[in-house]
Design a protein around this ligand. Structure first.
Ligand code: PMP
Length: 368
């Protein structure tokens, strides 16, 4: 099927093979006579879907055994409250603000903890984070929070900070909503990672939390039971009804990821190489053009979400209309930064990037 290329920041494109498999299994999953949305989360059919998804994501992301994988509801925004409720013990928590999403996390945490602003990229207009060596970390924070890819601002930590090297023993919390499964994660540097599924993993409604076991069991008394990580972990994400459809779709995506190959590389390593190549191609084109501009410091440019402006903003609407007519969807930038944004998640093939560049070249030529 010839579908348009979808550049949405999320909910975002899902690999076509995954959608096709879900469609084929919609009415009858593996001959059991039920669709996945209709089956009990405690039945053997769904338990097998859940266990396979969990094992696959553990293998793909090389998640060590001393981390729990939780499938929850609430999305990244709920985690902005759930994480401080579970980890802060109402004490000091350090935040590194690199754009809109970490700013939101910082603000929400004040309801449950004592957030301390360790660094803010605001002075640079969020075109780059403050370098880790210049962070003003507290003497003993409960944890340090970063957003490892800022979906709106287009800034990414390509390497996670090593807090121990900065003299800090606190766990690092990462919001990896918009780069999960696009590259490997160095778990030796992480205490907890959370992310909504709707960018790189599946439909909205599923939140993945990966948490080091020793951080469980310290939730504030006000924490809703369904959001107490220990309760969720002890019940294998089935204390309440988990987002079964989301887990199933994520499971299909994990299987798709395991099938991906780039030369010798497979799975996440293959995706990372592909994502580097796609982003490089796009940034090279933007940097060489007269009409388009991306202001992010090249060392910190996101591979997943690429905001760009037209030097002549009066052409924005014409750009979006032309792109849509050319089969290139959802390129409008977030309202807080304006302009355009191309999200190049795992499901976006290089052919989509090439088609976008071809359209942009033609648009620039006819705009001159
Ligand atoms: N964090 C990041 C980095 C995000 O990109 C988003 C969603 N765009 C969120 C958190 C919030 O996710 P949700 O809307 O699912 O709560």
């Amino acid at each position: 099927m010839n579908r348009p290329f979808n550049f949405s920041a999320g909910p975002a494109a899902i690999p076509e093979e995954v959608l096709q498999q879900a469609a084929a299994e919609m009415l009858d999953w593996h001959g059991c006579g039920m669709g996945v949305m209709e089956m009990s989360h405690r039945g053997k059919e769904f338990i097998s879907i859940y266990e396979t998804a969990e094992a696959d994501v553990r293998e793909l992301l090389a998640i060590p055994a001393h981390f729990k994988i939780l499938f929850m509801q609430g999305g990244g925004i709920a985690e902005n409250a759930i994480v401080p409720m579970n980890l802060s013990r109402a004490g000091v928590v350090d935040f590194v603000v690199t754009g809109s999403w970490s700013q939101k996390s910082f603000k929400e945490a004040a309801k449950y903890a004592q957030p301390h602003l360790a660094a803010s990229g605001k002075d640079s207009g969020f075109t780059r984070p403050v370098a880790p060596k210049d962070w003003q970390l507290s003497s003993n924070p409960a944890y340090v929070h970063i957003c490892s890819n800022e979906t709106i601002d287009g800034v990414e930590f390509h390497e996670l900070p090593d807090l121990r090297a900065l003299g800090c023993d606190a766990p690092l919390v990462i919001d990896f909503s918009s780069h999960v499964a696009s590259r490997p994660v160095d778990w030796s540097r992480v205490g907890l990672a959370f992310g909504g599924a709707q960018k790189n993993i599946g439909p909205a409604g599923l939140t993945i939390v990966v948490v080091r076991e020793d951080l469980l069991g310290h939730a504030l008394p006000i924490t809703p039971s369904a959001f107490d990580f220990k309760t969720v972990a002890d019940n294998h994400s089935m204390f309440n009804t988990p987002p079964t459809w989301g887990i199933y779709m994520a499971g299909l995506t994990f299987q798709w990821l395991k099938r991906q190959r780039e030369g010798e590389l497979t799975g996440i390593a293959a995706m990372e190489q592909r994502n580097i190549a796609k982003a490089q191609r796009f940034y090279d084109y933007v940097d060489g053009s007269q009409l388009y501009v991306n202001a992010i410091d090249p060392a910190w440019r996101s591979r997943m979400n690429i905001p760009f402006q037209l030097r002549d903003a009066s052409r924005n609407e014409a750009f979006l209309a032309g792109a849509k007519a050319a089969g290139l969807l959802q390129l409008k930038g977030h309202k807080s930064v304006g302009g355009m944004r191309a999200s190049l998640y795992n499901a976006m093939p290089m052919a989509g990037v090439q088609a976008l560049i071809a359209f942009m070249q033609e648009f620039e030529r006819t705009s001159a």
